[in-house]
Design a protein around this ligand. Structure first.
Ligand code: GUN
Length: 280
């Protein structure tokens, strides 16, 4: 029987654990705060930012919202980040991506104080992930590891195949699976014979950004399939990078879309905010 991995339920458990931690910190006089910066009005970003603020409220983290116009210059944004870096009452800084084209994203990310970089995008934090240090880890891949662990799915010694090599998901995902002693293969849009490789996977993580790309032909019987994608299909319904109806019957466990990986990203962001106070 296929185990449907309930990301909504697991993320709620994590948020409830964090809520208790935050209350205990408050009792010691320590309040956590997260600054969330959005530049422009990309509708998807507005939804994500709104969800992040709601999660902060639920857990007891103070959120400071900065909604800047599309016309904001790179210098203005960098100055705001620098000001927030200096503020003792701000623990986490999150700049919602994508940024308008006239702003250099890497420059902004590199300007964030690494101990406030709750997204885990700063090169220093990425470097720590590579060598096994204590820095912040990108929230979506960290959430996937947590999903696997809390679903009692062992990673050690397993053939783990990741489709996608983005800085936010594919690359950190591969490194985290490696850290858990998985045998990791990274594949991407230029990979030859992709199906033959993904068919070897005990754990298949799909972050290719193409709706219902992975069909039953890509998946071995009994595999665990994690779907990072989120899209709207022709009927305006949400779907992932995996063709769920075709693939689910083959798997031993699978994440649905919505309600799989998505809610975990925010739970791990909240976890990073709580950790930020410990790292500062
Ligand atoms: N845009 C899409 N995903 C993310 C994320 O995890 N963090 C930020 N800051 N922006 C994003």
């Amino acid at each position: 029987m296929t185990q449907i991995i309930d990301g909504k339920k697991i993320s709620k458990e994590i948020k409830d654990e964090l809520k208790e931690k935050v209350a205990a910190l408050k009792a010691e006089g320590k309040e956590i705060s997260l600054a969330v910066i959005q530049v422009g009005e990309d509708p998807a970003s507005t939804v994500y930012v709104g969800n992040k603020k709601k999660a902060c409220e639920y857990i007891g983290i103070k959120s400071l919202a900065y909604e800047l116009p599309e016309s904001t210059t790179e210098e203005e944004l960098l100055n705001l980040v620098k000001e927030l870096n200096e503020r003792k009452d701000v623990n986490g800084i999150l700049v919602q991506l994508p940024l308008p084209k006239h702003i250099d994203e890497s420059k902004v990310i590199e300007t964030i104080d690494r101990t406030k970089d709750v997204d885990g995008f700063h090169p220093a934090n990425v470097g720590e992930l590579v060598i096994g240090g204590p820095g912040f880890v990108s929230c979506t891949p960290a959430g996937i590891i947590e999903l696997l662990k809390r679903s009692n799915i062992e990673i050690e010694g397993k053939n783990c195949v990741v489709i996608g090599r983005s800085n936010i998901v594919g690359k950190p995902m591969s490194l985290l699976l490696l850290r858990e002693n998985g045998t990791v293969t990274i594949t991407h849009s230029r990979t030859k014979n992709l199906k033959e490789i993904t068919k070897q996977a005990d754990i298949l993580v799909v972050a290719i950004g193409k709706p219902r790309f992975v069909t039953d032909e890509y998946v071995k019987e009994g595999a665990v399939v994690i779907d990072v994608g989120i899209h709207r299909n022709e009927d305006n319904k949400l779907c992932g990078d995996v063709d769920y109806d075709k693939v689910a019957p083959l798997t031993s466990a699978i994440t649905p879309v919505p309600g799989g990986v998505g809610p975990m990203t925010i739970a791990m962001l909240m976890n990073n905010c709580v950790r930020s106070i410990e790292l500062q």
